[in-house]
Ligand binder design. Sequence first.
Ligand SMILES: CC(C)(COP(=O)(O)OP(=O)(O)OC[C@H]1O[C@@H](n2cnc3c(N)ncnc32)[C@H](O)[C@@H]1OP(=O)(O)O)[C@@H](O)C(=O)NCCC(=O)NCCS
Length: 139
Amino acid sequence: MLIRDYQSNDFPQIEALWIDTGIFMVERGDTPRIIERCNDMGGKFLVMEDPETGNIVATSWLTWDGRRILLHHFAISPPFQNQGYGRTLALESLAFARERGYSVKLEVSPDNLPAIQLYRSLGFELLGDFDVYMLKYPS
Ligand SMILES: CC(C)(COP(=O)(O)OP(=O)(O)OC[C@H]1O[C@@H](n2cnc3c(N)ncnc32)[C@H](O)[C@@H]1OP(=O)(O)O)[C@@H](O)C(=O)NCCC(=O)NCCS
């Protein structure tokens, strides 16, 4: 598998992958413009491509807020799960943060055991002290 940076014409495949893996939500409003803006601000969007078909089989989106990296939209296409690709892509993603000396934060549903197992095995620890709040439409 090839791990490479996002290109703007990847987006239709990426959106299909997010739908297939259950992480797509319309209200998140993620668009190519937002990906490009986050990259311009110092983030990185990695895709994993099957070299035989040219299809995108995984995504990892690292955004930078000036303090930390947030890792999100981490997903492996269902036919490619449980074959070590998630670990490979996660390690490549964490290398980006390590090279820059940034810590990495992520959110995961407490019932998503495969993802929790993966993150824990990579050294992530539960902060646990906080619930996550969001104001979707500031008025
Ligand atoms: C979570 C996810 C990214 C894991 O990717 P993957 O390619 O299947 O994972 P890997 O094959 O690289 O396995 C890496 C580790 O993940 C954990 N893992 C993967 N599948 C698992 C499962 N079904 N049950 C428990 N642990 C699992 C294990 O710790 C595994 O390490 P091990 O093989 O040494 O035990 C993948 O299942 C996925 O895309 N899920 C849907 C989208 C999603 O929920 N993303 C996370 C949002 S926070």
